[in-house]
Design a protein around this ligand. Sequence first.
Ligand SMILES: [Zn+2]
Ligand SMILES: [Zn+2]
Length: 104
Amino acid sequence: MGWFDHLPTLEEMHRTRRAMPKATLPTRKAVKTQKAVTAKAQRTVVRAQAVTKAGHRCEMCHTWLGTHGEAHHKVKRSQGGKWTDGNIKYLCRACHQNVHAGKR
Ligand SMILES: [Zn+2]
Ligand SMILES: [Zn+2]
C-alpha cells in the first residue's frame, strides 16, 4: 500500500460536499426560484385552460393543435399583460407569427 491509497477519490469528495449543512433560511436566490416555479405552475394552468377553451384548435384558423399550440398574449407582457385566462389566445405557429407580424 502506498501513500496514494489515502487520497480522496472524486466520489468521496462529492460525498463530502453533499454532506455539508444547508442554510436553514432560504437564500434570496432560493426565494426567487420558488417564485419562478409558482409563476410557471400558474402559466401551465392558464395555458391548459386556454387550450381547453379553444377546443385544442388554433383560435384563428381552427387547425387542430392538440397541446402543441402557442399561447399568445392579447396584451403583450411588456405592456402589462398577464398570464390570465382572458389574455391568452391559443394559436398555431403560423397564425401566431402573423399576429405579431401585423402588429409590428
Ligand atoms: Zn392558426
Ligand atoms: Zn404572441
